[in-house]
Design a protein around this ligand. Structure first.
Ligand code: ARG
Length: 458
């Protein structure tokens, strides 16, 4: 493509290090779409004749049909998807193919193609996250009153409902979707027509190509447009945070599925066995979701470091922008799908969860609160009295609500029989009815709000 200035061809090493076709062939649909928008505009503006524009557009359709049928050929000499397509176009329609590249450069071309690709990746992530939210809502609805221990420091803290716990992840997914949506709004501007870096002397119509490709408007500064990869970073950062949330959810399932917990049986379809230990059912999918988060975050770091030292405008370093984005998008899509299946199809052992809440002195705060409310004892003193009760229950090996009234009154005479109402795990969760709290009614309300929000999106 630049043979005019060069006496010698590239070395084998140059060809190999330069070639992006092995990965950027993933952009072929976007590349064809952007070229068709460009050539239609060139025709409409009289920059190429209407006949040439037609010939080129038909040729591009033909190339696309070949890619669809046979895949994109990988010839390192043709470097990237843009030159591969142009070269095939020339084989098919002859020298008129050379008019396609009028008033553009690969710099605005790749920036445009890549934005289109990332925009689709955002839409896919959003659809996947919505399905995960629906699974979380359905299970939360089912388990709005199922009691489990709530943890701080992974120590039993207070009883909560499983529905409440699951809806916490719904909220994380809601923020993730909003981050992707923000990124989409910000990125949806067309770099096409920025040309190599400075714009072009041809009378192009950037509004027209922007509109044809579904962008809101053309980018405002050509130097920025060809060297900006914020859109890819915005996507990766949203993907990282999302992967981090999925990893936390995966970790919950890994812990809950362990034998000492026994809170959940994972779906067979998302587990594996051991080749030597027949009793084992391993949470591999969940572990890989947890592992993939590390890789997604690594992809984000890779692109940030690639970009941090680059002066305006395009530098070839930027060709390295695509592999981390493609990798992260694949890992994220798989992780979302795996967690959706896990949430939808796991079997929760609610009896075991309730038992764990009862055995962990999870209602100790309720006893302290009762002493404050009913006996007008200052909270600090109530905390101390409750500590003594827990110590006694622990020594006797019984839950708090199985200490006798005599024993409790021995610890503090102001306690009376009404206290037993406050000591059950059911009473405890029912009492936490503040907005957003764990009481079954509050969980039902959270579920109803979430359903309404999703319905509004339709
Ligand atoms: N394959 C290149 C990339 O992905 C396309 C842009 C090349 N531009 C250039 N001036 N060499 O970044």
């Amino acid at each position: 493509m630049w043979g005019g200035r060069f006496a010698e061809g590239p070395s084998a090493i140059m060809r190999e290090i330069n070639a992006s076709i092995p990965f950027d062939k993933a952009l072929w649909r976007q590349d064809i779409a952007a070229s068709k928008a460009h050539v239609a505009m060139l025709g409409a503006q009289g920059i190429v004749t209407p006949e040439d524009a037609r010939t080129i557009a038909d040729g591009l359709e033909q190339v696309a049909a070949e890619y669809e049928r046979d895949g994109v050929p990988e010839n390192w000499d043709l470097e990237d998807i843009h030159m591969t397509t142009e070269s095939r176009l020339a084989e098919l329609i002859g020298p008129v193919a050379g008019r396609l590249h009028t008033a553009r450069s690969r710099n605005d071309q790749v920036a445009t193609d890549f934005r289109l690709w990332v925009r689709e990746a955002i839409d896919q992530a959003d659809a996947g996250l919505k399905a995960l939210q629906q699974a979380l809502i359905a299970r939360a609805d089912e388990h709005s009153a199922s009691i489990m221990p709530g943890f701080t420091h992974l120590q039993t803290a207070q009883p909560v409902t499983l529905g409440h716990h699951l809806m916490a992840y719904y909220e994380m997914m809601r923020r993730d979707r909003s981050r992707f949506a923000d990124a989409r709004v910000r990125m949806n501007e067309s770099p096409l027509g920025s040309a190599a870096l400075a714009g072009t002397g041809f009378p192009i119509d950037r509004e027209a190509t922007a509109k044809a490709l579904g962008f809101n408007n053309p980018t405002a500064n050509s130097l920025d447009a060809v060297s900006d990869r914020d859109f890819a970073l915005d996507y990766l950062m949203a993907a990282s945070q999302c992967a981090l949330h999925l990893s936390r959810l995966a970790e919950e399932f890994i812990i809950w599925a362990s034998q000492p917990f026994g809170f959940v049986k994972l779906p067979d379809a998302l587990s594996t066995g051991s080749s030597i230990m027949p009793q084992k059912k391993n949470p591999d999918a969940a572990e890989l979701v947890r592992g993939h988060a590390g890789r997604v975050i690594g992809c984000t770091t890779a692109l940030m470091v690639t970009m941090k030292g680059l002066p305006l405008a395009y530098s070839k370093d930027m060709q390295d922008d695509k592999p981390p984005v493609f990798e992260a998008a694949g890992l994220l899509a798989l992780s979302i799908a795996a967690m959706t299946g896990m949430v939808a199809d796991s079997a929760f052992d609610t009896a075991r969860m309730r038992q764990a809440a009862e055995l962990g002195y999870a209602t100790a705060t309720d006893l302290a609160d009762w002493l404050v409310r009913e006996a007008d004892i200052p909270f600090r003193e109530a905390h101390h009295i409750t500590g003594a009760a827990v110590k006694r229950a622990e020594a006797d090996g019984v839950p708090l609500d199985q200490l006798s009234l005599d024993v409790l009154q021995g610890i503090d005479p102001r306690i009376d029989e009404r206290v037993f109402k406050a000591l059950s795990v059911d009473a405890s969760v029912a009492s936490r009815a503040s907005y957003g709290g764990t009481a079954p009614d509050q969980v039902k309300a959270q579920v109803a709000r979430a359903k309404a929000r999703l319905a509004e999106e339709e």
